[in-house]
Ligand binder design. Structure first.
Ligand code: ADP
Ligand code: MG
Length: 379
């Protein structure tokens, strides 16, 4: 099914062609017509399958004809878990927005940067992309009003409905009109469906794209069994031996991310850490350099395991396993996006072997293991 049969405007079709988006992905085919019809949608589709455009395109269409709104009363609200994702989603809106005959004003608001430019920027905004904390600050300052929201989007919906955001989400939802369109997207679904149904009030279209229906899994998984002390040397060996030019490494803590990045730099491999204890400036800079191929290794915590889209990223390495199997899925989903292949490698210490079995069971995959202790790491 081509994009032309989904009900999008000629301007958006032109923008899609300019982006070399030739065919809609499965989630886009299902979600776009439903959203244009003002249905609620719960969209579950794997990482890298184009969920962002599946709400960005119909939202721009639905707002195209909206009458002039009252200043600072935004019409669409997209909530995301991280600052980096707020920026990225806004970029996708702008990409398509820039081709519309009448631009729709869209803004990202998030913490860690000064609030004043965001307050000023909110003038005339129709689509707001936000992290919950900063949004509430702006509401308290009367810089934005949520009582005219027509559409609420939760990207990484299971994360947004997780305990960590519960209080903020409850406060935000209480400020929204009861009658509204709700759109929830994620690659993984929360076990707590009850809670999702409370948010999705109106007879939602549930779209679940099973990975079997997608083309073959583009990510090759493998794991090295290795003693804890040898993880560093093995990591350097793999980067060199496989000649990895762009690799995203996940560590289990802020401290570990710093240590791994330091060690790599000391061994002549260009690496930067990204985590919650870095300034927003440093976070933005590291991610930008990495995305544009100017930084070889980015060492991250789960801060950026969700949603971040890096074109053609070939390698993801778990220096340590994540606690939750869901995070395994999101971490490795930074590679193998938009039909490009990718390799996901996990380094497993003896202490982690049991947990690794649990993860394999939960994600329904048998991951081949290699005995790393047998490799001559100095060679
Ligand atoms: P998800 O949110 O499902 O993880 P994204 O929305 O971030 O995935 O999209 C992943 C990548 O796929 C992005 O780089 C995006 O530009 C690209 N993409 C999305 N839709 C299409 C399409 N129809 N054709 C080609 N590329 C696409
Ligand atoms: Mg996404």
């Amino acid at each position: 099914m081509p994009f032309t049969s989904l009900g999008l405007s000629p301007a958006l079709l032109k923008a899609l062609a300019d982006q070399n988006f030739t065919l809609p992905t499965t989630i886009q085919q299902e979600a776009i017509p439903a959203i244009l019809n003002k249905k609620d949608v719960l969209g579950i589709a794997k990482t890298g399958s184009g969920k962002t455009a599946s709400y960005v395109l119909p939202l721009l269409m639905n707002l195209k004809n909206a009458s002039a709104t009252q200043n600072r009363y935004v019409t669409a609200l997209v909530l995301v878990p991280t600052r980096e994702l707020a920026v990225q989603v806004t970029e996708v809106f702008q990409l398509f927005n820039s081709k519309l005959p009448q631009r729709i004003k869209c803004l990202a608001v998030y913490g860690g940067v000064s609030i004043n430019p965001q307050m000023m920027g909110l003038q005339g905004v129709q689509i707001l992309v936000a992290t919950p904390g900063r949004l509430l600050e702006l509401v308290e300052m009367n810089a934005v009003h949520l009582s005219n929201i027509e559409t609420l989007v939760l990207d990484e919906a299971d994360k947004m409905l997780n305990l960590g955001f519960k209080d903020e989400m409850n406060r935000i939802i209480a400020l929204l009109p009861k009658k509204r369109q709700n759109l929830l997207f994620s690659a993984t679904l929360s076990a707590d469906i009850q809670h999702i149904n409370q948010i999705l009030l109106h007879d939602p279209l549930v779209v679940k794209i099973e990975s079997e229906e997608e083309s073959v899994d583009l990510i090759t998984h493998s794991a090295y069994l290795i003693s804890e002390e040898k993880k560093g040397p093995l990591l350097r060996y793999l980067i060199k031996q496989k000649d990895m030019q762009q690799v995203l490494i996940f560590a289990s803590s802020v401290h570990q991310a710093d240590t791994v990045a330091d060690k790599l730099r000391k061994n002549g491999i260009d690496a930067k850490p990204i985590h919650s204890k870095k300034s927003q400036g440093a976070r933005t800079d590291a991610l930008l350099k990495f995305k544009s191929g100017k930084l070889r290794v980015l060492v991250a915590t789960d801060l950026i395991s969700r949603g971040i889209d890096i074109n053609f990223l070939p390698y993801v390495i778990n220096y340590e396993l994540p606690r939750s199997p869901k995070d395994y899925v999101h971490r490795i989903g930074r590679t193998g996006r938009a039909e490009a292949p990718g390799e996901a490698i996990s380094l497993i210490s003896p202490d982690e072997e049991h947990h690794f079995k649990v993860i394999q069971k939960k994600v329904g995959k048998v991951i081949p293991t290699i005995d790393g202790n047998g490799i001559s790491l100095n060679g």
